[in-house]
Design a protein around this ligand. Sequence first.
Ligand SMILES: Cc1ncc(COP(=O)(O)O)c(C=O)c1O
Length: 369
Amino acid sequence: MTEKREYTGDYPDKTLYLPGPTEVREDVIEAMAQPMFGHRMDRMTDLYTTIVEDTREFLDTDENVIVLTASGTEFWEATTLNLVDERMLVPTSGAFSERQANVAERLGKTVDRIEYEWGEAVKPADVRAALAGSDEGYDAVGVVMNETSTGVRNPVEEIGDLLGEYPDTYFVVDAISCLGGDYIDIEAHNIDCIFTSTQKAFAMPPGLAVCTVSDDAYERELETESASWYGGFQRCLDYYDRKGQTHSTPAIPVMLAYRKQMKHMLDEGHRERDRRHREMAEYTREWARKHFALYPEAGYESQTVTCIENTRRIDVAETVEAVSEEYDMVFSSGYGDIGEESFRIGHMGEHTVESIRALTDAIEDVAGL
Ligand SMILES: Cc1ncc(COP(=O)(O)O)c(C=O)c1O
């Protein structure tokens, strides 16, 4: 049993280089400190319609948008329940894609995996072969765009393009650790649902999840026996259409923060945000190659999270701890079983090449590189 450890409120501020939560601007944090208002007041309609429409503008999409009080995990469940009656195809290449497959199984669906070694990317040709080789076909294909555990960016655009030949198979993309920092044209690549959580490249506090829903996916839910209640596309979107509000009480303070940050994101623009993230990723990869090696398969490196292979056998846990103690900067050890074999730098959200360089300088100092 875990024992209570009293929260003292007395902790040093740390700069976060995690693959989420990440740094949040000061004015975005301040936006949350307002007196409460009711979720059925007109003010709520102003707030919710603003964040939904601003998100559509930012993502450059005409698809429906849901902003739900939940972490991103909710949309693994909701997209599966809403779109899949029987069978789902999930390529697995790391902890999060394995979890997406496990979630669908737990929900009673038949899941076919295409299994890759950790660090490898999903290959569109394998997805094509699995689709072509299946007699019954699949209700949906679920792909993790940015495998946070291995720092792999999967070619979801190409997978979406080939799915154009399978109109009855819905395409679900978990873009939790990259959306907002890695541009994607949603409609051009047949993506029915793509989702993220606010604490990642959107650089907001945690507490909300965002999902786009194609009209076809919305219609599909009508025929699905298992459709979700809380994450039901229709419940969420019909409530928005009728009232401009959410079907149940949302995390209002986080929505206030969302509104503020989405204005900053619109000012910068999605393409420019993509460019800045690419610059950070290139800088981090170059540093990693100089001192270590990259964990992901060449050519599939993430734009928001660099996973570094610990070729020098430094003590990762000790280095993370020392950088936190001495520099008040927090980065991540490797995920799960590859905890000491690798480590991860989250370069997402509001970070810049300069702020990432401050971390790599600190690592060099602590690890004696
Ligand atoms: C790729 C991916 N999928 C799903 C999740 C789960 O997201 P959340 O913690 O917001 O539920 C994460 C969290 O890191 C992730 O990186």
